[in-house]
Design a binder for this molecule. Structure first.
Ligand SMILES: *Cc1c(COP(=O)(O)O)cnc(C)c1O
Length: 233
């Protein structure tokens, strides 16, 4: 875990260098890939050095946890951009709209509809990603691949959400490249600009396949104590 702004800076520089190398190697335009620092399970004291080192875009996967950590951090650093990257229950939609700046996990009509209502109520229009179950896994969140284009269209035309991109988590234990390439194809077909894909173990591959957002947790903050449940829940 980074204990000071200096070690946070070192961790951020290391990831930034690797992102830049991948970007150049695969020809992505400059400034096209955004680092989302995934701070789930880490307390505010562990996050603060990364804020001091200049990182502003963060990801959390739970509304309850974000509610405990982020309001105070945001008061100190008003230009924070917080992404919800985990599954969202409809009964937490109101809190999610209050706490987050970007919702990356829109994956069903009822959620899309309630999010749109809550945004309207709050007088906000948060950019959203549609999460795609790219590996067709039973236990994973996300809209099935075959329904993605229709769902993006309904999110926009029926529910009135601002869908800016697609997000995925490929299956464990398989080469992720083909899944990232598939998400990129779906993104082109859906006419979205952004692709949130790639985590600590595979963000360079994701950049090769066109990621615009990589979600990096453990490579910045260290290993999490509560591992798998955090990704799946
Ligand atoms: C935890 C998590 C990440 C970050 O995972 P690391 O392997 O620690 O980089 C990225 N995306 C989602 C959706 C997550 O839940």
């Amino acid at each position: 875990m980074a204990e000071s702004a200096a070690s946070a800076q070192t961790a951020l520089d290391d990831i930034a260098n690797r992102m830049e190398k991948a970007r150049r190697r695969f020809g992505a335009p400059p400034e096209s890939v955004q680092l989302v620092a995934v701070s789930k399970t880490f307390p505010a004291v562990a996050i603060e050095p990364f804020l001091q080192a200049g990182q502003r875009v963060f990801g959390e996967n739970r509304v309850q946890e974000a509610k405990v950590k982020w309001p105070a951090l945001r008061a100190a650093y008003p230009d924070i951009e917080l992404h919800l990257i985990g599954p969202l229950q409809t009964n937490k939609a109101r809190e999610a709209v209050a706490l987050f700046d970007v919702i990356e996990s829109v994956d069903r009509d009822r959620l899309a509809s309630i999010l749109a209502q809550e945004m309207q109520r709050a007088g906000k229009s948060l950019p959203c990603f549609v999460q795609v179950n790219i590996g067709g896994e039973e236990q994973k969140a996300g809209i099935p691949v075959a329904e993605t284009l229709d769902f993006v269209r309904r999110c926009r035309d029926l529910h009135g959400l601002e869908i800016v991109g697609l997000m995925c988590i490929p299956p464990d234990g398989q080469p992720p490249g083909p899944y990232f390439a598939h998400l990129a194809r779906l993104g082109r077909a859906a006419a979205v600009e952004q692709l949130s894909m790639g985590m600590s173990g595979d963000f360079e591959t994701a950049i090769a396949m066109g990621a615009t957002h990589v979600r990096v947790g453990s490579a910045l903050f260290g290993q999490r104590a509560v591992e798998a449940s955090a990704i799946r829940a």
